[in-house]
Design a protein around this ligand. Structure first.
Ligand code: UDP
Ligand code: MG
Length: 315
């Protein structure tokens, strides 16, 4: 089992050296080959030059320097793409995660495919960070059906094949467990130590909560409907169309049999509207079906995932 530790850094000049010197003894104590991948996410301070100095002295370190600040998720994705280990461990670069927890995660990786840290005693401000996070975590757990206390904890370990098929967008890295569960992975959660941020500034505030909620909608939508959009839009369209048809039928019969003028009836408007909305929804579903096929075919995205193939094949 080889290990890649992936750490994104954005303006963490006060933390990089200590991060490296705390990581090193932990990784050396594990009896496995390892590499450390630091991603400089377009820092404007001395982070990159410090990382280069560290790299010059330690050849287990790879430094990826991104052209500009792409955000934590993109930085993780870059790290994943360049990593070579069987197991990939991610963590924050601001010393809020504790490298000493890594052996605990790796131990659990022996019979799991993904291990997620849980900052049970999280050392962040309550109102702006912990409270939104509690709400977000229960919401994400409910919606995705994957129950974790702490989606946002960066300290996680993944088996390579879990993230191999994943494409990350937006603030998506926190949803990897939910997305990965679709592939049938075995997930464990483990309590980890969390420290307050002693140096440097947090890059996030309450505004991230909204982005997370929007990403959750995307994840849920892609998870449940990405292979069958017509099944999602279709029923709404059919119901709407049916009601519209019945209303219009009623008005037509009334016009024919009692000769009343139906031109100014609000009901006429509703009936017509429902029919149009119904057609729109069904059309949307069909368009979705076409897009899904293009999506799956161009990306060679499988609609199933094989864990292992057993058997001799052609002799
Ligand atoms: N980070 C990054 N790019 C960004 C923002 C943050 O690589 O655009 C890194 C940051 O340097 C740190 C980690 O992501 O290593 C977590 O960021 P932060 O500590 O600011 O988040 P918080 O702990 O406050 O949620
Ligand atoms: Mg932090």
């Amino acid at each position: 089992m080889t290990i890649s530790v992936v750490v994104p850094l954005y303006n963490e000049e006060e933390n990089v050296r200590e991060l490296h010197s705390r990581l090193k003894p932990v990784l050396d104590s594990i009896d496995e080959a390892y590499e450390i991948i630091f991603i400089d996410d377009g820092s404007t301070d001395k982070t990159l030059s410090l990382l280069q100095e560290i790299q010059a002295q330690d050849d287990t370190v790879t430094v990826l320097s991104l052209r500009r600040n792409f955000g934590q998720t993109a930085a993780f994705a870059a790290g994943f793409d360049y990593s070579r280990g069987d197991v990939i461990v991610t963590m924050d670069g601001d010393l809020q995660n504790d490298p000493n927890d890594i052996p605990k995660l790796l131990e659990l990786m022996k019979d799991h495919d993904l291990v997620s840290g849980w900052r049970k005693r999280r050392k962040d401000p309550f109102l702006s960070r912990r409270l939104p996070s509690i709400i977000a975590n229960s919401l994400i757990s409910k919606v995705t059906g994957v129950n974790l206390h702490d989606y946002g904890c960066s300290l996680k370990a993944y088996r390579r094949d879990v993230i191999k098929n994943l494409k990350l967008y937006g603030e998506m890295h926190r949803f990897i467990p939910a997305v990965a569960s679709w592939y049938g992975v075995r997930i464990a959660e483990v309590e980890t130590t969390h420290h307050p941020r002693l140096r440097g500034k947090s890059k996030y505030g309450i505004s991230r909560t909204m982005k997370v909620v929007l990403d959750l909608i995307t994840v849920k939508f892609l998870q449940s409907f990405s292979t069958k959009p017509l099944q999602f839009f279709g029923p709404i369209g059919l119901m709407s169309g049916l009601f519209g048809f019945l209303i219009s039928l009623y008005l037509t019969l009334e016009k024919i049999f009692s000769g009343t003028d139906i031109g100014g009836r609000p009901l006429l408007l509703l009936g017509a509207l429902l029919i149009i909305v119904g057609i729109q929804f069904i059309g949307m579903g069909l368009l979705g079906e076409m897009m899904v096929r293009v999506y799956h075919e161009t990306q060679k995205k499988p609609i199933y995932v094989i864990k292992k193939v057993i058997g001799p094949g052609i002799k």
